[in-house]
Write a protein that binds this ligand. Structure first.
Ligand code: ADP
Ligand code: MG
Length: 271
């Protein structure tokens, strides 16, 4: 599941870490790959990511197996993280000169079957948190993934720039990854008190239809505070409306996957 939107601040990282935590709390085995050089997802999940920590950079650029750069979450059972360090900032440029530059993450994911095929080690979900751009890092995620989750902030200009994102998706589908689908749109920072939020939500639902999850994530201070404690809102304040909405959104996503697969235990991880 690729979490992408080239706009910054729409809730990609927040949604990645909280959906991942929620899926893990539902009993699934979940891997988060932090693909943003800022490392916000790593920070929010309290994962070591100072310069020199084995990270997604090593997997992408040096070809180090993912299993050698993955860390278990100290907080949440069943949740694992491939961190991003600041080294990743250079990767966008370093990747340009590498062979199969848009294929590096896919190769890292499928190229090491021992990580993914053993019953005990299999992940039910792989969530990839993308940087706010449509460069080679995001492209690597789109080539590696099967499904996309696009968070849309329920604010004015919400749909601006989405056309460009969807064109990129079409290009990737045509040339690099025909299996990619924009399966899920998640409305974030929804403010039930404003007509603006309701209007944007309606516009997004009209435009995308059933891809939009029924649950919208409310604007909530608890959600924005949690990362400064190295926590997701799922552990920081489990009973809060923000946590409950992420739990519900994750449940909706998991149910859809079951319906789409036609059976519960898919053999391949859903990236
Ligand atoms: P992105 O990864 O798309 O750049 P983030 O997930 O980092 O976006 O979110 C941007 C900012 O908005 C962060 O400060 C985050 O804490 C805050 N934020 C995200 N979702 C919510 C929410 N539902 N309610 C309040 N603040 C939020
Ligand atoms: Mg982010």
């Amino acid at each position: 599941m690729v979490v992408a939107n080239q706009k910054g601040g729409v809730g990609k990282t927040t949604s990645t870490v909280n959906v991942a935590a929620a899926l893990a709390q539902h009993g699934l085995r979940v891997l988060v790959i932090d693909l943003d050089p800022q490392g916000n997802a790593s920070t929010a999940l309290a994962i070591e990511h100072h310069r020199g920590t084995p990270s997604v950079y090593d997997a992408l650029v040096e070809g180090v197996p993912l299993k050698d750069v993955v860390q278990p979450s100290p907080e949440i059972e069943g949740l694992f993280v491939v961190p991003a360090t600041i080294d990743l900032a250079g990767a966008e440029i370093e990747l340009v000169s590498l062979v199969a530059r848009e294929n590096r993450l896919r190769r890292a994911l499928v190229g090491h079957p021992q990580v993914w095929s053993e019953e005990d080690d299999r992940f039910d979900y792989v969530l990839i948190d993308c940087p706010p751009s449509l460069g080679l890092l995001t492209l690597n995620a789109l080539v590696a993934g099967e499904e996309m989750l696009i968070p849309i902030q329920a604010e004015y200009y919400a749909l601006e720039g989405l056309g460009q994102l969807l064109e990129t998706v079409e290009m990737v589908k045509a040339h690099l990854n025909p299996g990619l689908s924009v399966s899920t749109i998640l409305l974030t920072m929804y403010d039930a008190r404003t007509r603006l939020s309701a209007g944007v939500a309606e516009e997004v639902r009209t435009h995308f239809g059933p891809q939009v999850l029924p649950t919208a994530i409310p604007r909530s201070v608890r959600i924005s505070e949690a990362p400064s404690y190295g926590q997701t809102v799922m552990t920081y304040d489990p009973g809060s409306p923000g946590a409950l909405s992420y739990l519900e959104a994750a449940r909706e996503m998991a149910l859809r996957a079951v319906v789409a697969d036609g059976h519960e235990d898919s053999n391949a991880p859903t990236a």
